[in-house]
Write a protein that binds this ligand. Structure first.
Ligand SMILES: NC(=O)c1ccc[n+]([C@@H]2O[C@H](COP(=O)([O-])OP(=O)(O)OC[C@H]3O[C@@H](n4cnc5c(N)ncnc54)[C@H](OP(=O)(O)O)[C@@H]3O)[C@@H](O)[C@H]2O)c1
Length: 319
């Protein structure tokens, strides 16, 4: 069942990936952006601010699903994330559309169990986690008042665009044969390969007739230990000739002490320290609710997903 989707924040990592996935599935795609997109494709683009929800809804026309891919800068997150989510709900209501909302694992806090299911209690321990819980409570309330909303929780994004743990920290010095891992190498960490996650959103949208007014689902994605992730990096680095066959990448740990100190001056570093526990507490997401709904997300094997992501970050020189 295809339809029409309005993607809010269509220039971002998730935004770009879902625009491609919905288009590939034959949906009519409308992207809301703050600046013209790099490639226009077949989609319709609206440079209308979210604040102008009436004009945005009117310009979008008939829409079945609104996907919230907006993300305020990390240091401004706690002030802006909730108001932006309210805008998304308002726009979805005006269009009488299902709101698709990307959740993360911040809701579960530092005491989270290794397997996060849809019924795991949400007990956030960081400010960003508390905001996440507030957002979902607001969406649930909206659904009680007649809106429709599906939250899809996922781990850290990789595989589209720049600006995340994957490229800013872990892969940053890969061309010099070095990776930096933020946590213990024997603990699992939840990741979402964006092309797979984007296709899961499409599948969820296609299942919209079967959804309750408020759904919370988990996208399992990948949950390698640090060592397993670095093994996938190593396979790629060997294939590229960055390290010799049989040789290892140099693995460094993150200088958390320095980052903690610097956090008194650099807002972004303070935010990173707040979320450090995500690298010390093993966790993975189970995908039970999606299975119940008959939604089977595609699962690109880890080594292939990492290779694709790294190829995009480090394109081969021409010739
Ligand atoms: N990143 C992760 O690992 C992760 C994991 C799970 C869930 N999520 C959630 O997924 C969503 C998308 O994340 P992302 O990483 O794809 O985001 P992103 O790449 O940082 O992109 C965010 C987009 O939001 C737009 N934006 C920011 N503030 C805005 C505002 N005030 N008004 C309108 N547009 C605004 C930006 O526009 P410009 O391009 O004009 O700056 C950008 O295109 C977020 O809700 C995030 O919390 C993220």
């Amino acid at each position: 069942m295809s339809g029409s989707v309005l993607v809010l924040g269509a220039n971002g990592r998730l935004g770009g990936a879902v625009m491609k996935a919905f288009e590939a599935a034959g949906w009519k795609c409308v992207g809301q952006v703050r600046r013209a997109p790099a490639a226009r494709g077949k989609a319709q683009w609206l440079e209308i601010p979210l604040e102008d929800s009436a004009a945005l809804a009117q310009a979008a026309g008939r829409i079945d699903c609104v996907l919230h891919a907006v993300n305020p800068p990390y240091p401004q997150w706690h002030a802006h994330a909730l108001p932006l989510a309210r805008r998304a709900l308002d726009i979805a209501r005006r269009l009488d559309a299902l709101l698709l909302f990307p959740g993360n694992v911040y809701n579960f806090g530092a005491g989270m169990p290794p397997l996060l299911t849809e019924s795991t209690p949400q007990e956030p321990t960081a400010r960003k986690g508390r905001v996440r819980v507030e957002i979902e409570a607001m969406l649930r309330e909206g659904a009680r008042a007649g809106a429709r909303c599906a939250v899809l929780h996922a781990g850290d994004f990789f595989g589209a665009g720049h600006g995340a743990w994957f490229d800013l920290i872990i892969a940053k010095s890969l061309s010099q044969g070095r990776v930096v891992y933020p946590g213990r190498l024997d603990l699992a960490h939840a990741w979402a390969y964006l092309p797979d996650l984007a296709r899961a959103f499409v599948a969820l949208a296609q299942a919209r007739a079967r959804l309750a007014p408020f759904e919370v689902c988990h996208f399992a994605g990948h949950s390698p230990t640090g060592a397993q992730l670095i093994a996938a990096f190593t396979a790629w680095a060997r294939a590229r000739g960055i390290v010799a066959a049989g040789a290892q990448l140099q693995t460094k740990t993150m200088p958390w002490g320095l980052i903690r100190l610097g956090g008194t001056i650099v807002p972004m570093w303070r935010e990173l320290v707040e979320m450090r526990y995500l690298w010390d507490v093993p966790h993975r997401l189970g995908g039970e609710r999606l299975r119940e709904l008959g939604v089977e997300p595609t699962h690109t094997p880890l080594e292939a997903a990492v290779a694709q992501a790294l190829d995009a970050l480090f394109p081969r020189p021409a010739g």
